[in-house]
Design a protein around this ligand. Structure first.
Ligand SMILES: Nc1ncnc2c1ncn2[C@@H]1O[C@H](COP(=O)(O)OP(=O)(O)O)[C@@H](O)[C@H]1O
Ligand SMILES: O=c1ccn([C@@H]2O[C@H](COP(=O)(O)OP(=O)(O)O)[C@@H](O)[C@H]2O)c(=O)[nH]1
Length: 234
């Protein structure tokens, strides 16, 4: 697969690094350096980050939170992570622009497909924060949505496992990894590497997903250079 424009999804939870909560500066800077490296190769990059290191709407409901309010907190958590990444990218010399799904100037500009594309064409990394702006969705679904909107060649799901397995590799030591897998096979086997809403959006709009381990330094560049790491879902 050749990549000219990518949507990179970063897990909020991975941003914690070795910490129990919040943002680990070392991990954050490693992400920024790797993104800068790939941007310098001329690849257009949009980024969507989760918020699981700070707050997840569903975890709030068990403590009595209203789901919609909890999800709004979760979406704001993705904005916090995005501001941190924006700052880290600036520190490594990478121009970038922060977009928000809901109006929040001067934190970021209100997202639109055209503004994000214009940024990327100018060599800026477009950080698209705030999820879809709606409760009951996940950051994976927001990534699928934004990836389709900005006409990315693929959605790269950077996570803490190195691909899609026959079963959750964190629970089943006998699970084996797929090099590629079809969307239909993901449904048939009930694989839970992304939620169904996100998977269905990608399938219906022909956006391939690449699941890879973003926590191994250099993996993003390896992938862009065509190395066979991770799993392609298409
Ligand atoms: N079939 C599978 N193949 C790979 N990972 C899976 C599979 N089923 C479940 N997972 C889990 O999905 C996680 C990756 O999804 P991610 O969205 O980054 O995590 P989270 O849901 O914690 O934010 C992995 O840590 C892994 O434990
Ligand atoms: O379009 C969206 C995207 C995210 N969220 C909320 O934001 C939280 C953080 O996102 P997620 O759990 O997907 O992040 P990750 O697992 O990648 O850290 C979710 O739990 C939801 O509560 C939401 O309501 N709508």
């Amino acid at each position: 697969m050749e990549y000219n424009r990518i949507l990179l999804k970063l897990s909020g939870e991975s941003l914690m690094g070795d910490k129990q909560y919040g943002i680990d500066e070392v991990r954050l800077n490693q992400y920024a350096e790797q993104i800068h490296e790939v941007a310098q190769m001329g690849i257009q990059i949009a980024i969507v980050i989760g918020g699981g290191n700070i707050f997840r709407g569903l975890s709030g409901t068990s403590k009595g939170f209203d789901r919609v309010k909890g999800d709004q907190m979760g979406m704001l958590a993705t904005v916090i992570n995005s501001i941190a990444l924006s700052s880290a990218l600036t520190n490594v010399g990478q121009r970038n622009r922060l977009y928000t799904a809901i109006r929040m100037e001067p934190v970021g500009e209100l997202y639109s497909k055209w503004k994000a594309i214009e940024s990327m064409e100018k060599g800026e990394v477009a950080i698209i924060s705030g999820g879809t702006g709606n409760p009951f969705f996940t950051t994976d679904t927001a990534s699928a949505l934004r990836g389709i909107e900005i006409e990315a060649d693929a959605m790269l799901k950077g996570t803490r496992v190195d691909g899609v397995y026959t079963a959750d590799p964190e629970k089943d030591p006998n699970a084996t990894k797929f090099q590629t897998i079809s969307f239909d096979e993901v449904y048939k086997r009930g694989l839970k590497v992304m939620d169904l809403t996100a998977t269905t959006m990608c399938k219906e709009n022909n956006l391939p997903i690449v699941v890879f381990n973003m926590d191994i330094y250099g993996n993003l560049k390896r992938l862009m250079q065509g190395e066979n790491i991770g799993t392609v879902v298409k």
